[in-house]
Design a protein around this ligand. Structure first.
Ligand code: SF4
Length: 342
């Protein structure tokens, strides 16, 4: 199987433990749960004595959270299951993390997820994604690798292309992002390239700030109203509200060169991983990235790599919780508008 990845994408584990905090930890495979029961995990990992697994309303297993982290996370940020019973005793999602795989016409595209807390430390110095990728393909999974093979890729209003056509234009768009001095101009450059190909002029004149504030205030109000969520989403909800409350109402988008380089790799990874396909299409998916770029940016001084990395990771871990992802998805039209006015 051919692995497609960014040539300059790198990653190494920094043992920060963030992958085991803030998420909901499941669904866990049945055989992993029964393996831990057979091993009497609560006898060899005492923090799990008060319970370590629970069933969702859909009947899926989730590991319990303790103070916002997985019950199996040790104080030294290592995994108790891994240490006591070996890597193969862990759920598949723990073993695959922080990589994201998507099946596409050239093979399997692999990117690093930006919710990894240590990605910003190793994105330019770690092991290449290609080196890590082959082992990922043979991991046992209960959720099949996401596929875009039969999907229509939405690239504009009423405009979709096949996956085969998409991968022909993707390298050009990735190069445009790589060459751009900031993400705002990268998005502008992507839109211009697609407009040239399709003979359209998709730019709209609505002020960027107006749409940005509409999303910011609307999403915050929706999440504030979600007060009866299951306990496993409590930390994520607090984090979402923290970011939305302290976001500047004047989107600045100022970053140091190192922080810009990180954003560039993140955005190109999202394009390569077709993340926008799960968010209504290219305009809304790229618009979400643009929103985040401003939400997390510095105002009075440029945002540094050391400031951006942990913030982006924390924000994305919270955002990936299904209740909040659904709220953001309900603003797809506004995110698309950000893309069209960039
Ligand atoms: S099982 Fe281990 S690797 Fe997986 S979330 Fe829990 S502590 Fe982290």
């Amino acid at each position: 199987m051919t692995v497609v990845s960014l040539s300059d994408a790198k990653w190494s584990c920094s043992s920060c433990g963030d992958c085991c905090k803030g998420f909901s930890f499941g669904p866990v495979e049945e055989h992993v749960v029964s393996g831990l029961m057979a091993a009497k995990i609560e006898d060899i990992w005492h923090p799990s004595r008060q319970g370590w697994v629970e069933k969702s309303v859909d009947g899926e297993w989730f590991f319990k959270q303790v103070s916002g982290h997985c019950v199996f996370l040790r104080e030294d940020n290592l995994c108790a299951i891994h240490d006591l019973l070996g890597e193969s005793a862990k759920p598949w999602f723990c073993r695959e993390y922080p990589f994201h795989l998507v099946r596409e016409p050239r093979g399997v595209a692999v990117r690093v997820r930006e919710d990894c807390g240590g990605y910003y430390k190793s994105f330019s110095s770690g092991h290449t994604v290609q080196d890590s990728a082959q082992a990922l393909l043979s991991l046992p999974r209960i959720v099949p690798v996401q596929s875009i093979l039969d999907r229509t890729i939405i690239i504009g209003p009423g405009l979709g292309v096949s996956a085969e056509n998409w991968v022909e234009v993707e390298p050009l768009l990735l190069q445009r992002v790589k060459d751009a001095p900031d993400i705002h101009r990268a998005v502008n450059s992507i839109r211009s390239a697609i407009d040239q190909m399709t003979g359209r002029d998709s730019k709209i004149s609505t002020p960027f700030r107006q749409i940005y504030l509409e999303i910011l205030t609307g999403v915050k109000a929706r999440i504030e109203s979600q007060s009866n969520l299951p306990n496993r989403f409590r930390t994520a909800r607090e984090d979402m509200l923290l970011f939305l409350s302290r976001a500047s109402r004047e989107p600045e988008g100022r970053y140091t060169p190192e922080a810009h380089d990180f954003w560039s790799v993140v955005l190109r990874g999202r394009i390569l991983g077709k993340r926008f396909a799960a968010f209504g299409g290219l305009p809304s998916g790229i618009g979400l990235s643009l929103f985040e770029f401003h939400l997390l940016s510095g105002k009075s001084s440029p945002m540094t790599l050391e400031g951006l990395g942990p913030s982006l990771s924390q924000w994305r871990r919270a955002l990936m919780a299904p209740p909040f992802w659904e709220v953001l998805k309900s603003y797809q039209n506004q995110f698309s508008a950000l893309y069209f006015c960039a």
